[in-house]
Write a protein that binds this ligand. Structure first.
Ligand SMILES: Cc1cc2nc3c(=O)[nH]c(=O)nc-3n(C[C@H](O)[C@H](O)[C@H](O)COP(=O)(O)OP(=O)(O)OC[C@H]3O[C@@H](n4cnc5c(N)ncnc54)[C@H](O)[C@@H]3O)c2cc1C
Length: 478
């Protein structure tokens, strides 16, 4: 008979599309306008004009696809995870931008190296032509959006304001781009292509706007309690008459009251618990005020999202959990869930913090899953401060975690600061743990160290972008 826990698990399992389906979808979408153009009634122009058209069309599809890879669609990111989705979002933008920048340059061709001023003059004429104004505005906006995203950590504006402007400017740029495609595109006369651009662009914009509206109208949750757990660390508890079905380790976007911005937070409680708990660290404008949120105030939830769960991991006797700072939140959810019943014989957790004052009470962790072997480290602990060991995490600690088990057969989940996750992933991999048995989730999408696993994912992205470019090149030379 199905238990309440089993029922919640089956209800909440939304695996999303597998990697191969996403790659095919992306390639298919990027190639479709080229196919429509090649098989339509408009005769091919010069190779430069055709190259410009291919760069513009593929660049536009890639920019529209950025709406889908913004991490809000469980269908698209449910299986590959938010880290891979956001990494793709970050890397695909410059590739799409390069194509859009190449578009007017190719249109100004052919290039005569002996008369460089001629091509510059032609390019200048194109850029100031009133009929091409929407295309130019779209290009400038895409440049601005990409540049401010790359330089995000150095901008004076808060993250919330940047994120709002990022989304709004992207929608405006896409509308300008659509107008340019329909009015001026080399293939603007092709009815099938016109329909393609209208459906693709307006469809993506509408879906993304409607999604936000529908999600934020969902029955609001209410703050049941907010208490300090440690230095700059809070436990927020939310209640609702309706349950939220999720998998241990997932996160949600929370929007408090009528605020325009929302924030992602991992659920720190088990799916079978009545209240939703969150561990929130003071990090910036919003979180530094979290302790002042009034009890009973309303909170809207968008989620659950993310694949930082135990789903789909190979079978194993041993589960190793590694958390740093507030990265404990999803790990705590998983630990509590395992505390209600687990297939793992051994569960080993190492939790690290910068200082003992930032540590959540060790009894809290023990109560979550009494059978787990728990090691706690703090960077400022002195030897003999048991039960707290001296941090930071070293290869020695990782070797202890692997003691007596086959590294090839353990499953590992890591959440914490970027540097710690990169170090632990690479070190464990060197000690024999296969990369497909190591999962991690980032709490920040800014630049940071990359692990062996990140590099492999990046090579995959480069391969995908190269395939898209190859199709555009093939179209030009047809
Ligand atoms: C998947 C995920 C799960 C997370 N879970 C937790 C958690 O359980 N507990 C916790 O304390 N924190 C968590 N965070 C981080 C948390 O979202 C940010 O600390 C918080 O939004 C900061 O908001 P702020 O206004 O206080 O700070 P700001 O000054 O606005 O931002 C400080 C930094 O936080 C990051 N950040 C802010 N907003 C976002 C956002 N919308 N998306 C991604 N990064 C953002 C940026 O790196 C930014 O530089 C999580 C982040 C992600 C991506």
């Amino acid at each position: 008979m199905k238990t309440e826990r089993d029922r919640r698990i089956s209800v909440s399992r939304k695996p999303g599309l597998p990697r191969w389906a996403l790659v095919s979808l992306y390639l298919g979408l990027a190639v479709l306008p080229l196919f429509l153009a090649a098989t339509g009634n408009v005769p091919p122009a010069s190779p430069f004009a055709e190259g410009a058209a291919a760069a513009g069309m593929v660049g536009m599809v890639m920019m529209v696809a950025q709406l889908g890879s913004s991490g809000r669609s469980p269908l698209l990111s449910g299986r590959i995870g938010i880290d891979v989705t956001m990494a793709f979002h970050k890397w695909a933008a410059p590739a799409a931008l390069a194509l859009l920048v190449a578009h007017p340059i190719l249109l100004a061709g052919p290039f005569d190296v002996s008369a460089p001023s001629r091509i510059l003059a032609r390019l200048g004429n194109l850029l100031v032509a009133p009929r091409l104004m929407t295309g130019l505005l779209a290009l400038v906006l895409f440049l601005l959006i990409t540049l401010t995203a790359v330089l995000r950590d150095r901008l004076p504006a808060g993250y919330g304001l940047w994120r709002l402007s990022h989304g709004v400017l992207a929608l405006v740029a896409l509308i300008f781009c659509l107008e340019h495609m329909l009015a001026q595109g080399t293939y603007a006369a092709d009815q099938r292509l016109r329909l393609f651009w209208l459906v693709l662009t307006l469809g993506a914009i509408l879906i993304s706007l409607l999604r936000h509206l529908i999600v934020w109208r969902r029955a609001p949750w209410r703050v049941a309690d907010i208490t300090r757990a440690a230095d700059r660390l809070w436990i927020l508890q939310l209640e609702n008459r309706r349950d939220l079905s999720f998998r241990a380790g997932q996160f949600v976007w929370l929007r408090f009251g009528r605020s325009l911005s929302d924030h992602p937070f991992s659920i720190a409680s088990a799916p079978c618990e009545k209240r939703l708990n969150f561990l929130i660290q003071e990090a910036g404008d919003f979180t530094s005020q979290i302790g002042t949120v009034p009890v009973e105030s309303h909170v809207a939830i968008d989620g659950p999202h993310g694949s930082f769960t135990l789903d789909g991991l190979p079978k194993s006797d041993t589960l190793i959990l590694i958390s740093g700072g507030v990265g404990l939140a999803p790990i705590l959810s998983i630990l509590s869930d395992l505390g209600h019943g687990s297939e793992y014989r051994w569960i080993r957790l190492v939790h690290t913090t910068r200082s003992q004052s930032a540590l959540i009470a060790p009894e809290f962790l023990k109560a979550a899953c009494p059978s787990a072997e728990i090691t706690i480290l703090a960077d400022d602990a002195t030897a003999g401060d048991a039960p707290v060991g001296r941090g930071p995490l070293t290869p020695e600690h990782l070797r202890t975690l692997l003691a007596g088990v086959d590294p090839f057969a353990v499953n590992v989940l890591i959440c914490g600061p970027s540097g710690m996750m990169t170090f632990a992933t690479d070190a464990l991999h060197e000690m024999g743990v296969p990369l497909d048995r190591i999962r991690y989730e980032r709490f920040s999408y800014g630049s940071g160290p990359v692990s062996v696993k990140d590099r492999r994912i990046l090579i995959g992205f480069v391969g995908l972008c190269a395939a898209v470019m190859a199709f555009a090149f093939g179209f030009t030379l047809r």
